[in-house]
Design a binder for this molecule. Structure first.
Ligand SMILES: C[S@@+](CC[C@H](N)C(=O)[O-])C[C@H]1O[C@@H](n2cnc3c(N)ncnc32)[C@H](O)[C@@H]1O
Length: 152
């Protein structure tokens, strides 16, 4: 499934900071803008995009980074334990995402509308209420929010 555009500059700044020195996985590359921001500071970035046309554009954008691996396919085929996971694809199976986060690692979700109730919002219910995580919802702009969670 293809949807969504590139992350906004405020989210890219957040990701650049959180990625520093870490091994990162990004679920949903789109055009490679978020991956490029993280690649500036991360030890390594594995980024997965299901749409071949988007992956081709991202491959060009990311070619200058020796620490980036772009995988064309479904993020659900990804294996490993990462110190930062940016879950930016169309995620429904949060338990599966959590298997990719190393203990003590970070899990980030953006594109949230601030002020929405937790109940009835699957991403917020998982990220803010699952006892395996400690999380905070933060404003990225006055109109947008993200959740940063740590796997305990
Ligand atoms: C919001 S965009 C990603 C933006 C990007 N992370 C950034 O920071 O610029 C979401 C992307 O996830 C991709 N996607 C959706 N389902 C996917 C899946 N199951 N596996 C991999 N990519 C997927 C879509 O094709 C789309 O390009």
């Amino acid at each position: 499934m293809t949807d969504g555009g590139s992350s906004i500059p405020a989210v890219q700044a957040l990701l650049r900071a959180l990625a520093a020195g870490r091994d990162v996985a990004e679920l949903g590359t789109a055009f490679g803008e978020g991956a490029a921001a993280m690649a500036e500071t991360a030890r390594s970035v594995v980024t997965v995009e299901v749409d071949p046309a988007r992956a081709a554009i991202a491959r060009g954008r990311l070619a200058r980074f020796s620490n980036v691996e772009l995988v064309e396919g479904d993020w659900r085929s990804l294996r490993g334990a990462f110190a930062l996971v940016f879950a930016d694809a169309d995620v429904h199976d949060w338990d599966r995402v959590l298997t990719l986060v190393a203990p003590g690692g970070l899990l980030v979700k953006d594109d949230l509308t601030p002020g929405r109730a937790i109940a009835g919002d699957p991403a917020r219910e998982f990220l803010l209420r699952d006892p395996r995580l400690a999380a905070a919802e933060i404003l990225t702009t006055p109109e947008t929010a993200a959740i940063v969670a740590v796997r305990r």
